[in-house]
Design a protein around this ligand. Structure first.
Ligand SMILES: Nc1nc2c(c(=O)[nH]1)N[C@H]1C(S)=C(S)[C@@H](COP(=O)(O)O)O[C@H]1N2
Ligand SMILES: [Mo]
Length: 479
């Protein structure tokens, strides 16, 4: 619980004040907000930001127009905390940060300043004009596709996609597991714009049969490190995957994959490879000798070893060349076919955004309080959300705040609550269109669960995919 106490509002608010002050300062000096947010896209060869000591002020400013006088070795410019005032930073290098306040889950669109960042390696500094994506493998023509070609020669699409890190909620596992201790904040909903991947594959004669895979590789791994690679089944690729270059109507920020990432709508964050530099069309996932060396799991690490549901009793995940069940929940239940589920589409989950953690609230004039939150279900739609004010003993159906805007985006919900003064434990529970609900708790490791059973989410070695509602409860005092 101390994790959450520490992570709610205060730091976010202080950082936001600084951010707003900075924005005002930038406006006064004629710099645009875009320059601050987009940081690394200076039009000329000048990398990242240009630091100018303006006379009469001690504050450095970032502009797109000022001439570069020298190239510094260390990139200057706003710190991670300044750029993302709504985040609680877990590690500055590589950049890992989650939404600091529950309030983030009362807005339909998550502003970039509050959208979590999850990096295994430090974000690379990339010059868009020098970047291209290699298309290799089972294609008629192996080519390098430039960013310009991607943007100008193919159709453009936009989609709302709620993206959650599969490690979100990891800190609530008992006993605790290693890795970043994400609480509730590693999820956000953004509008993403880019080129449908199907258009690029078709243009260059890729084999797009249903049993094929596209292995998507990131350009961020330093020499000698495992390349962030995810194998995505062709049916999903052809359906709706996108090479995204905009987030909420602006170029992708550096930390979110500038200049281009793959978007796998409805699927866990780990599939949404950033800084994409290669797409390999193949008839299986990255697997075996061809993709790893004796010393290193060069391409296989993040697909076959990591991002798997591994109970306590297993040494490591069982590897497969190919699977034909992609739905994560279905994989978790089909343990005779897949011993350790791969983290693909997101499980049904919800979060209360208001009231905040450990807050004191007074009812409105009519004696009611509006409990507001967000619910999502991967590539399924959310059917119902229920709210309990007594820690899950009794439930009340919530209403949706807006019509469904596609199956990949969360829906905000509201429950009008009429409490007496006192202390309460609020929880929310969502159910998807297939009737699957959030389980109550996380199992004990000894139970060796591989799937959701008896209202319990399986404790697993790497702390993935926790969608149990009780660990996400909010304690509030009503005045
Ligand atoms: N190349 C690359 N892509 C990556 C990662 C990474 O470390 N390297 N992290 C992944 C994980 S685990 C998540 S949850 C999402 C996070 O995306 P975001 O930082 O834009 O929120 O990016 C994914 N794509
Ligand atoms: Mo993640």
């Amino acid at each position: 619980m101390t994790e959450r106490d520490a992570s709610d509002r205060p730091t976010g608010d202080r950082a936001r004040d600084r951010y707003l002050k900075r924005r005002r300062f930038l406006a006064a000096t004629g710099a645009t907000g875009v320059a601050l947010l987009a940081g690394c896209q200076g039009g000329d060869g000048g990398q990242d930001t240009t630091t100018t000591e303006t006379t009469g002020t001690t504050e450095a400013t970032t502009t797109e127009t000022t001439e570069t006088t020298e190239t510094t070795t260390e990139p200057e410019g706003p710190s991670l905390a300044e750029k993302y005032p709504g985040l609680r930073i877990l590690s500055p290098e590589p950049e890992n940060a989650e939404a600091a306040a529950r309030e983030t889950y009362t807005d339909f669109v998550t502003p970039v300043e509050e959208f979590y960042i999850r990096n295994h390696y430090v974000s690379p500094e990339i010059e868009e004009s020098e970047w291209s994506i290699s298309l290799t493998g089972m294609v008629d023509e192996e080519v390098d596709v430039s960013m310009q070609e991607l943007k100008e020669e193919f159709p453009t699409e936009t989609v709302f996609h709620t993206m959650q890190c599969s490690g979100n909620g990891r800190s609530y596992f008992e006993p605790q597991v290693g890795g970043n201790q994400w609480t509730f904040g590693a999820v956000g909903n953004a509008e993403w714009t880019g080129t449908p991947l199907s258009a690029v594959l078709e243009a260059y004669g890729a084999d797009t049969a249903d049993d094929m895979w596209v292995s998507v590789m990131g350009g961020d791994a330093p020499d000698g490190e495992d390349i962030f690679t995810r194998s995505i089944p062709m049916s999903k690729v052809m359906d709706d995957c996108m090479l995204a270059y905009e987030m909420n109507g602006r170029p992708l920020p550096k930390e979110h994959g500038f200049p281009v990432r793959i978007l796998v709508p409805g699927w866990f964050g780990n599939n949404n490879v950033k800084w994409v530099n290669r797409l390999h069309v193949m008839d299986m996932m990255v697997y075996g000798d061809e993709w790893e060396t004796d010393e290193q799991r060069l391409y296989t690490h993040w697909q076959q070893y990591s991002y798997r549901i591994i109970p306590e009793e297993d040494d490591e995940a069982e590897q497969y060349q190919s699977i034909d069940i992609y739905d994560t929940y279905d994989q978790m239940q089909a343990t005779d076919q897949i011993r350790n589920a791969y983290l693909y589409d997101q499980l049904v989950k919800s979060l209360i955004g208001f009231p905040g953690e450990d807050s004191t609230v007074s009812p409105r004039r009519d004696g009611t309080i509006e409990v507001v939150g967000a619910a999502w279900a991967g590539d399924e739609t959310v059917e119902t959300v229920e709210v309990s004010a007594d820690g899950g003993e009794t439930w009340n159906e919530a209403e949706f705040l807006q019509p469904a805007l596609g199956e990949y985006t969360w829906r905000l919900f509201r429950y009008v609550w009429e409490p007496e003064p006192g202390d309460y434990t609020l929880v929310s529970r969502a159910t998807d269109a297939r009737g699957r609900s959030q389980p109550a708790t996380v199992s004990a490791p000894e139970d060796q669960l591989r799937g959701i059973q008896n209202d319990q989410f399986p404790w697993n070695q790497d702390g993935y995919a926790n969608n149990a509602y009780m660990p996400h409860a909010v304690n509030v005092t009503v005045e």
